[in-house]
Write a protein that binds this ligand. Structure first.
Ligand SMILES: Nc1ncnc2c1ncn2[C@@H]1O[C@H](COP(=O)(O)OP(=O)(O)OP(=O)(O)O)[C@@H](O)[C@H]1O
Length: 749
């Protein structure tokens, strides 16, 4: 199980003080800038002569492009890292140039956009709803009426139909079903039903009976909200959430009063275990790990070890439930060693039994028994996935054009854009706010896009104050429209209603993360779309996705950029508009250049903004260096063209020494065996804890383990864990089902 944490290298989200990096330009400055931009709008076109205007001219001439591709993609790619020889007035220290500087060509010297592979992919899909009502379950009538009237739900989803009876029987379970299929209620309903039915009525002061661990604070709040609603008729059971951000003192006070269903992020719970005297786990009946694979991925192993130690020390008999939309090898192994005679619930299994021919048409032929990541993950049926290949220089304008198209020229669009770090979120958020948003003060209103629908930008990442995080989460949840820039903290579990588009501006580092990110749309049978932005050198990623049964269809960058012709704010020097003449590739190029100029002018408007852009670029490079080994042939920093990347941060030149410092840092880490050792040790500790959870006190079983499992270490050292990636000991050696639990045969595991 510990191996999972190695699969997804973490992009650190340092709490850099990036938020103050961009200050609003003063009005006088803004006026000067506006005037400069006006000049540029009239004079910055890099249009080739009219004769050369053709569709093909939209992209660079093939010869140049091929040369460039060779230079950046082949062996000598390393050279692309060295910053460009500074031209006069364009040295590193000279980055802050006056607005009005000419924007270098966006459309020349780009690598050729390769033909995208078109692998034949048969996606895995699940049936979301069943026709069975909650009344069919043996639940307290008040619980059923709460589900019907408060939650306004009548029929069960497939995962609920399969999981609730199993959990009510008292079994451990590993639950996998697609994103947005109702897993939260699949565990919350049995927890509430079982606790309200306890013979000796639960007292608040008893402390936690159920412990629900989730990876992020927003998810903790969301799950708490669901539990709270379900508990309406059972007022004597008290739910509570611990999630950091709140004052520890007030959390302590709430713990002291008593919380019966405790929802927490691992880190905060560990905090309390270590520092709060009043926390105990004597009554624990349920341990739920929602987004179980993520809890391990995020480097929570250490925290989980502390939590399991604390819980095991006070209580051995409980139900354990692991849930995730992505059953990775790691989670399956965790299930193997931590669950007690578990039932493996996969909605896909049931889908195979569905007799309706139309639903069968969607189904994957092979059963989902294998548990490694090469298996396909289910994708919601209403989700359309797209990919666009964009040369690095054009990334920024392409993202802006996409956002304008969706949120300005279409109605009721809610878009989430994923980035790989806090700095990237903060940089793009501030940049777009200052340049695209009316009244931001960055430009005089006459030079801003005439918004037909007001743009609303929000951002969410781990370096924000909790108050702001919660406010943003609530705001986006209740908004009908808006653009949320975020890191992967929003990728898991969040149920944000009516999200129409997911944009992955930086490709995710694993297919599982891809699935969770796109899973923020098309939830519970709804429709939604996603767009993955790739560089030409990353086109191969489409095949990588296909090997996990993920199918993406291509959209052309030109089609995205063409929206700029709808907005006269981006008119080029000849001032054409869609009214006066048809928008051709040339006009699109001109307008894209005007937009890029707007960005560059803002970035170069002060030292502070230049430095913010450089930091963001550096953060991008750092994140890029952390793709896992199996994706390194696609995402390798050697394949990046620094000068072109700089452009996508509004920088006119490649800053010096950026890559060198990023590489140095990486090398330094590689040279530190103590870091590697620490990582291995924490993985081993977790394996040990999970095993001892069931091995301790089981004389016969325990002896059997020691005899049969030589890998587990000599009999005199029962606690010694195998190496993290080693196979877990055979289940019967570590399992000791309590007599009260039914011994029905396992479904799949
Ligand atoms: N039986 C049901 N009928 C109608 N809506 C439901 C039902 N069960 C859950 N939902 C709704 O479906 C949405 C998704 O549920 P939930 O967040 O539990 O999905 P999930 O499977 O946990 O997703 P993820 O894998 O992304 O965490 C929520 O808005 C929830 O209220």
């Amino acid at each position: 199980m510990a191996a999972v944490s190695g699969v997804l290298p973490q992009v650190p989200e340092p709490r850099a003080a990036v938020f103050r990096t961009f200050s609003k330009p003063r009005p006088a400055h803004a006026r000067r800038q506006a005037a400069a931009t006006k000049r540029k709008c009239q004079a910055s076109s890099e249009a080739p002569p009219a004769k050369r205007r053709s569709k093909a001219s939209f992209l660079p001439a093939k010869k140049t492009a091929a040369k460039e591709t060779r230079r950046t993609l082949k062996g000598k790619a390393q050279r692309t890292f060295s910053p460009k020889k500074p031209s006069a007035g364009a040295r590193d220290g000279d980055q802050e140039r006056k607005p009005g500087a000419k924007t270098s060509s966006l459309f020349k010297n780009n690598p050729e956009i390769p033909e995208l592979p078109r692998p034949v992919v048969k996606q895995v899909q699940e049936k979301v709803f069943t026709s069975d009502a909650f009344q069919a379950l043996d639940l307290h009538p008040h619980l059923i009426s709460t589900i019907n009237t408060v939650l306004k739900m009548s029929s069960m989803t497939s995962v609920q139909k399969q999981s609730i009876p199993v959990l009510l029987e008292g079994r451990d379970a590993l639950v996998r079903s697609q994103t947005g299929s109702g897993k939260t209620l699949a565990y919350c309903i049995p927890v509430v039903q079982s606790l309200q039915a306890m013979q000796s009525k639960i007292q608040r002061g008893d402390g936690p009976y159920a412990l629900i661990l989730v990876p992020t604070r927003e998810l903790a709040l969301q799950s708490f909200d669901t539990v709270q609603k379900l508990l309406k008729p059972f007022t004597w059971i008290v739910p509570g959430v611990l999630m950091g951000g709140e004052k520890r003192k007030s959390e302590k006070a709430r713990l002291r009063k008593g919380i019966n269903i405790l929802i927490s992020t691992p880190g905060r719970l560990v905090d309390h275990i270590k520092s709060t005297k009043n926390i105990h786990f004597r009554q624990i009946r349920w341990l739920i790990l929602d987004e179980a694979d993520r809890i391990l991925d995020l480097g929570f192993e250490k925290d989980l070890t502390v939590i399991l130690n604390a819980v095991n020390a006070e209580c051995q008999e409980r139900q354990n439930v692991l849930l995730s939309a992505t059953l990775t090898e790691g989670v399956a192994r965790l299930a193997d060693i931590s669950l007690h005679d578990p039932v493996s619930i996969s909605v896909l299994d049931e889908s195979h039994d569905v007799s309706s021919p139309e639903s069968e048409a969607f189904l994957e032929a092979s059963p989902p028994q294998a548990t490694d990541e090469l298996d396909g993950f289910a994708i919601p049926a209403g989700l359309e996935q797209h990919v666009v290949v964009v040369p690095s220089k054009l990334r920024l304008v392409c993202l802006a054009a996409f956002i304008l198209q969706k949120c300005k020229f279409e109605r009721d669009q809610k878009v989430i854009v994923f980035f790989s770090s806090c700095e990237l979120v903060e940089f793009h958020y501030t940049l777009f706010l200052q340049t695209l948003l009316s009244g931001s003060g960055a430009l005089a209103p006459e030079h801003l896009p005439s918004t037909s629908t007001p743009l609303k930008f929000l951002r969410l990442h781990s370096a924000l104050e909790q108050e702001e995080r919660t406010a943003v989460f609530q705001d986006f949840t209740h908004s009908k429209t808006g653009i949320l820039f975020c890191t992967d903290i929003a990728a898991r579990g969040l149920d944000l209603p009516q999200v129409t588009w997911i944009v992955q501006y930086n490709a995710p580092s694993s297919p599982a993360e891809y699935i969770h990110r796109i899973g923020r749309t098309a939830r519970i049978g709804c429709h939604g779309s996603s767009l993955l932005v790739l560089a030409p050198s990353e086109a191969e990623y489409v095949n990588s996705l296909a090997s996990h049964k993920i199918n993406v269809s291509e959209v052309k960058m030109e089609d995205i950029l063409s929206v700029l012709t709808k907005d006269d704010c981006f008119k080029g020097r000849r001032g054409g508009s869609q009214k006066s003449r048809a928008a051709g590739p040339q006009e699109i190029r001109e307008r894209a250049t005007v937009l890029q100029t707007l960005f560059e002018d803002y970035v170069h408007s002060s030292e502070e903004t230049v430095s913010g852009a450089k930091k963001a670029l550096q953060s991008f490079i750092r994140a890029y260096a952390t793709y896992p080994r199996e994706l390194k042939h696609i995402f390798h920093i050697r394949l990046l063209h620094l000068g072109h990347m700089a452009k996508s941060f509004g920088l006119r030149d490649a800053p010096k020494n950026l890559c060198a410092s990023a590489m140095k840092k990486k090398k330094a880490n590689l040279k530190r065996p103590d870091l590697q050792r620490k990582k291995t040790q924490s993985k081993q500790r977790l394996a040990e804890i999970l095993r001892s959870e069931y091995a301790s006190g089981m004389e016969t079983g325990g002896t059997k383990v020691r005899k049969q499992n030589t890998r587990a270490g000599p009999a005199s050292q029962p606690a010694a864990p195998p190496a993290p990636r080693a196979q877990p000991p055979p289940r019967e050696q570590i399992k000791h089902p309590p007599p009260s639990r039914p011994q029905a045969s396992r479904k799949v595991c």
